[in-house]
Design a binder for this molecule. Structure first.
Ligand code: NAG
Length: 327
């Protein structure tokens, strides 16, 4: 796939007596040698913490039988996506902060972009699945166990991945027909062609742009409405619970998810709003760091700190580990 892509660029560019772009420059944080070591340490730490936290959550869910419920399967799957997500973007950024080498081949850039799109879509798919799960648990508690079993949960996780991967394949089929004709130096931290202004030339680029625009509006508005209605129903149902401990208990099972969803959507919307009104580039960069880093860092913290079952499971594992070492 990558190989064909290069040939296509050669063919199309060759006629116009122009050197084809096969390598891009990711400007990243720009030229600030004195800042590079600091940024390197910062991002390295963020990366390690994000991977460790998410891995811990996955291991906890897998190891503890009490956490073998659809809700925690979704949480563990979300953490897996999060690990993949930070691993497509941060290692390269960290590497270029060390070496100062900001070149990246066009093919690698596309590979990074594709994986980024897959994981971002899988994440929104999983968040939607989690929303449906909470909706069923709170609004239809009597039918919950019948409706939401291991198999259904498995199907929902699979659908999120199938959706994410097929979306990316379709997009890639379009992109393969096009020539890259954006700037050689792009002022981004990673290859997000979505925020490059007019990255491609070719007759079908306009069609592709319209299609993805319409599709993403339908999809995002759809997901958003679904989430919103579920939460309205959830809140109405919670308010109807007579005892305040019951209310608290019901709310605590979905408040972590609500915060995660809010953080996710608010970040996405802010990043796009910021890039649409196009203010200072530095602001855009801060926003994209926020989005790259905040969501993966925050999810496990929200689920661990706010959730009694996860806390208990963590405590038990630590005790077992301590006992094991004392032997
Ligand atoms: C993801 O969800 C599936 C289906 O429910 C589950 O079997 C699997 O263990 C989950 N993955 C992780 C990493 O927990």
């Amino acid at each position: 796939m990558c190989f064909c892509f290069q040939i296509r660029i050669m063919e199309k560019r060759g006629g116009r007596n122009q050197t084809p772009i096969v390598e891009l420059i990711l400007l990243g944080f720009g030229n600030g040698p004195e800042l590079q070591p600091l940024l390197f340490l910062l991002f390295l730490m963020i990366y390690i913490v994000a991977v460790a936290e998410n891995l811990l959550l996955v291991v906890l869910v897998m190891a503890d039988v009490r956490l073998h419920t659809p809700m925690y399967y979704f949480v563990a799957n979300l953490s897996t996506v999060e690990i993949c997500y930070v691993s497509t973007t941060l290692p390269r950024l960290i590497g270029s902060l060390v070496t100062g080498d900001r070149n990246i081949s066009l093919q690698n850039c596309f590979v990074q972009f594709d994986f980024y799109i897959i994981f971002a879509n899988a994440e929104s798919g999983l968040l939607t699945a989690m929303c449906i799960d909470r909706y069923l648990a709170i609004c239809h508690p009597l039918r919950y166990t019948a409706l939401m079993n291991g198999r259904v949960c498995c199907h929902m996780v699979a659908s999120a991945w199938i959706f994410a991967i097929s979306y990316t394949i379709i997009q890639q089929i379009f992109v393969l027909q096009l020539t890259y004709c954006g700037p050689k130096a792009i002022d981004l931290l990673f290859c997000d062609f979505g925020s490059v202004n007019r990255p491609f030339c070719g007759a079908i680029f306009i069609t592709m742009q319209r299609l993805t625009f319409v599709f993403s509006i339908i999809l995002n508005v759809g997901l958003f409405l679904l989430t919103l209605t579920s939460y309205i129903c959830i809140i109405v149902n919670i308010l109807r619970i007579p005892s305040s401990t019951g209310r608290q208990k019901a709310f605590s099972t979905c408040s972590s998810h609500l915060i995660v969803v809010l953080v996710f959507y608010v970040s996405v919307l802010t990043v796009y709003a910021v890039s649409a009104i196009d203010p200072l580039p530095i602001l855009h960069k801060i926003m994209s760091v926020w989005f790259l880093v905040l969501v993966p860092l925050l999810n496990p913290i929200l689920y661990c700190l706010r959730n009694k079952e996860v806390q208990q499971s963590l405590r038990k594992s630590l005790l077992t580990l301590a006992a094991f070492r004392h032997r």
